[in-house]
Design a protein around this ligand. Structure first.
Ligand SMILES: [Zn+2]
Ligand SMILES: [Zn+2]
Length: 179
């Protein structure tokens, strides 16, 4: 069994936080997760974190903007899981991306799993505990306001190259969701 490297926050303490205290807590956690990673990979840049993700995506390592994005609504509803799981999950993407050849590595592949286990002491899961979606053979998850969409490698490449995909139901543009 793994045991988490970062301290596990208390549920009652988290429940008592108001919105701005909770957001500050998230930023602290990002900092702590980065410090752990940076101790092992000294060249790792410190990612800014934004709470501007909406819809069905919990977190996103955004390499175009060069930082980590989190979903404030899902954070409010899943405080413990966010701090324990989602933050290290995205930081592991951040780290792997900055490894030699990291851009070509599979999002939840061997290297990412190694970071989750070895650095954070967590069971590597592509999905979060609070997330009820079912696993899909298409490896790249995208999300809109209403649900997850799974893209094949080919479609993912097209989206990456700038092609826009819109959800038929909610009409929102689909964004790549790394966590
Ligand atoms: Zn939708
Ligand atoms: Zn992920």
């Amino acid at each position: 069994m793994n045991s988490p490297t970062l301290p596990t926050p208390s549920v009652s303490e988290l429940a008592a936080l108001d919105r701005s205290a909770l957001h500050a807590r998230l930023h602290q956690r990002v900092e702590a997760a980065w410090e752990l990673a940076q101790a092992v990979y000294p060249g790792l840049p410190r990612p800014p974190a934004w709470l501007d993700l909406r819809g069905k995506c919990a977190g996103q390592a955004h390499f175009g903007r060069s930082g980590l994005r989190f979903n404030p609504v899902l954070l409010g509803e899943n405080r413990l899981a966010f701090l324990v799981e989602v933050v290290p999950h995205e930081m592991a993407h951040w780290l792997v991306h900055h490894l030699e050849g990291g851009e070509a590595m599979r999002p939840h592949g061997r290297e990412w799993q190694g970071v989750m286990r070895g650095l954070y002491g967590l069971e590597p899961r592509a999905t979060h505990r609070f997330d009820t979606r079912t696993a899909s053979p298409a490896p790249h998850r995208y999300a809109c306001a209403c649900r997850s969409h799974y893209f094949s490698k080919r479609r993912h490449r097209l989206a990456h190259a700038g092609k826009h995909y819109v959800c038929r139901q909610c009409r929102q543009r689909l964004v790549w969701c790394t966590g």
